[in-house]
Write a new protein. Structure first.
Length: 147
């Protein structure tokens, strides 16, 4: 972390991080990590048959799944994986506008990186950078043995 970033691992390649989602909910929803900045993690999710509700709009649950996936991944990347794991404690979301097609982009940024909890804000925007959903995720930091 000497480079001013919050990440514990130097090997934060977006393609490798995306591969970690293979076989999990993130993989099934088509979530792709696109960028790792010094204090943010960004990923996209397609708005398609996997993520639409019956009325043809992005399902709110898909937005929440995207937010929790990106926020959880980010939280875990701030920890020593041999000692600690971050697990979801609480999430909320406000859905601001519908999306019918294309890609949505989620950016997770930390609000508080504590010893036992972390709080992350996840902002989801459409392809025109208009706010689709804003979410706050609280993570519990637990010893690896309890995970």
């Amino acid at each position: 972390m000497s480079d001013g970033s919050i990440w514990r691992r130097p090997d934060l390649d977006p393609a490798s991080l995306t591969l970690l989602q293979e076989g999990s909910l993130g993989g099934h929803l088509g979530i792709t990590v696109t960028e790792v900045g010094p204090e943010f993690l960004r990923a996209t999710m397609p708005v398609d048959s996997r993520t639409l509700q019956p009325h043809g709009r992005l399902h709110g649950g898909a937005s929440v799944a995207l937010a929790e996936t990106v926020g959880s991944m980010a939280a875990n990347l701030t920890l020593d994986p041999s000692r600690q794991v971050a697990v979801g404690l609480e999430i909320n979301a406000n859905h601001a506008r519908p999306v019918r097609k294309g890609l949505v982009t989620a950016t997770a940024t930390p609000e508080a990186l504590g010893r036992t909890t972390q709080i992350w804000s996840i902002r989801i925007v459409d392809e025109f950078q208009k706010l689709v959903c804003i979410s706050r995720l609280t993570m519990a930091i637990i010893p690896v043995e309890r995970g």
